[in-house]
Design a protein around this ligand. Sequence first.
Ligand code: HEC
Ligand SMILES: [Cu+2]
Length: 316
Amino acid sequence: MMNEWFNFNTFQSAWHPVSEVASDMKSLSWFLIIMSTSVFIITVLLLILALRKKDLTQKSFEPGNKFILWSGLFIPTIVLIITLVWSLQSSLKISKMNQEEDVINIQVIGHQFWWEVIYPDHHIITANEIYVPVGSNIKFELSSQDVIHSFWIPNIHGKLDMLPDHKTYITMNIERPGRYRGQCAEFCGLQHALMAFPLVAVSENEFNQWLARNQKKAPLDLSEKESRGKEIYYRESCHTCHAIGGTDFKGKAGPDLTHIATRLTLGAGTIENNQKNLKQWIVDSQSIKPMNRMPKYKNIPDKDLDDLLEYLGSLK
Ligand code: HEC
Ligand SMILES: [Cu+2]
């Protein structure tokens, strides 16, 4: 069963804005679409009219003709000025928002093909999922660990590049709670299309609960099965790539797994996070997301795999 997160139409669309900036972009887009379509239709109609004229030697328009002056000069100038003023207004709003000081800081670092997410003021490191409160200014600091990626949540804002050697900033304010799909919008390698994430906008209250839960390190009072799973995690070298807060596992080449059991998706928005998918991901993530940077683990005995899953399940 797919959960609502995988219902594509409801969550990734620039036509369903949930922020002021995105609403502006939508109106401006409609304006441009209607204007350019009408210009196209009128031009084609005039062309047909001209082609139907029998006597081509007869001049119907003299230089200085009012019709030419209006449709060739005045109207286009007015339309272009309206467009210019409108889009400038939008960008002014964006740059004003970017100067807000009362913000929640979130750093997002692009990797092939996943997202590292850091809440520097709250000491939280996570991945492939971003929680934010509605109605607050969220300031994203974007960068990349490898190639150029692009940060794009169509319902909320335009795109912004994530560069390896330069930080970029964007401030957003989300009006309605919900899950909105973000997507890498710059071709960054073979799995660029499966480099996505849910942005979860919740009430202030729920956000604070999320913060409190995610500030906790991994639990240490493990059951026997979970402890065995932790040993398997070490034996199979998962720790060389994946950090788990509160343990000696500090790998940085893959997503942080401190709270993996509570994440919505696996493989950066590729599949739903459930027991069956997690097992399949570990055994052969390459069949789910070909060319991603995690090796296959086809040789882990079934019992060990079960214990490993039990351990990962304890990471809430
Ligand atoms: C060589 C480094 C490496 C090793 C070793 C490794 N992984 Fe991964 N793992 C990754 C990378 C990179 C990703 C991100 C893949 C993507 O989505 O593009 C990942 C993704 C994952 C995810 C999904 C996380 C998410 O938020 O989407 C899980 C769960 C996971 N690995 C578990 C494991 C386990 C368990 C082991 C040991 C059996 C392991 N990994 C070994 C590199 C590694
Ligand atoms: Cu990318």
